[in-house]
Write a protein that binds this ligand. Structure first.
Ligand SMILES: [Ca+2]
Ligand SMILES: [Ca+2]
Length: 261
């Protein structure tokens, strides 16, 4: 009996060591729960489900950003190329994302001319982290001094210094984060972030901007300004069997990657 007690105590102690070791290892490797545990500014949307489809005004469902030039606050990227952000590849993969340095960083897309913007979708890095200070602004000023409109802001404590935002932080998945924009006009889209729940770095896999161009596109741009045709299974599940959109509107078809968190 005494021997059995001793063995059970040893087993209990080794289990405790494993648990403590696991906790320590996790805190060293990732620094925070995975996925993030709910906190007041994290939204409650089930992260394995896509967000509801978005209806936009008819004719305002064109993908404006594909192939557009991207610039950034970080001139020494750690991983990848800025062109990855508008290349249409959204699958989460070691070769498909760009990593910017720590602290507050931005990337900026030049849509080639003034557009009326109705939806933006941002894919940072689809592995169940939440990015801090996600802010999206639109302007016709490439320096973002004049005529700046903020269309998404989840910086609840104004740590980025661009004003307190009322949007929620969210868990990052391959569904990205689509959000509606109220027909804001501008040529440039700037997206900020300030690290995430797992590390201090900033990442992007893709940003898509939807709406309609207000400039006259060059002949070679006309084909890319057609409404996108989703091809992936993930997207088909969302857009099959939708009811008719509200009068004068159309369902925006975002093509999500096949592989989904
Ligand atoms: Ca991409
Ligand atoms: Ca903040």
């Amino acid at each position: 009996m005494g021997k059995m007690n001793c063995t059970m105590k040893k087993m209990a102690r080794s289990m405790m060591m494993m648990i403590l070791g696991g906790v320590t290892l996790q805190s060293v490797l990732v620094g925070s729960p995975y996925p993030p545990q709910p906190y007041p500014q994290l939204d409650t949307h089930p992260y394995r489900e896509p967000r509801p489809p978005i209806a936009v005004l008819a004719g305002c469902d064109k993908l404006l950003s594909r192939g557009c030039v991207v610039t950034s606050s970080d001139k020494n990227l750690i991983i990848g190329e800025l062109s990855y952000i508008t290349d249409g590849v959204k699958t989460h993969d070691a070769s498909t994302y760009v990593e910017l340095g720590p602290k507050l960083q931005w990337v900026q897309i030049d849509l080639s001319g003034e557009c009326e913007i109705h939806t933006v979708c941002i894919w940072h890095y689809a592995n169940l982290r939440a990015y801090r200070d996600v802010i999206c602004q639109i302007s016709n000023d490439p320096k973002f001094i004049d005529g700046v409109v903020t269309v998404f802001n989840n910086d609840h404590d104004n740590s980025a210094g661009l004003g307190v935002g009322k949007d929620m932080e969210y868990v990052e998945t391959s569904y990205g984060r689509p959000f509606t924009v109220d027909a804001v006009q501008g040529r440039y889209i700037r997206c900020y972030s300030n690290g995430n729940t797992l590390d201090r770095m900033n990442h992007y896999t893709e940003i898509e901007v939807f709406g309609k161009p207000l400039y006259t596109p060059q002949k070679e741009d006309e084909a890319k300004l057609l409404p996108p045709v989703p091809t992936s299974e993930a997207t088909a599940k969302i857009y099959d069997n939708l009811p008719d959109p509200p009068t004068g509107k159309t369902w925006l078809k975002i093509d999500y990657p096949r592989w989904v968190w």
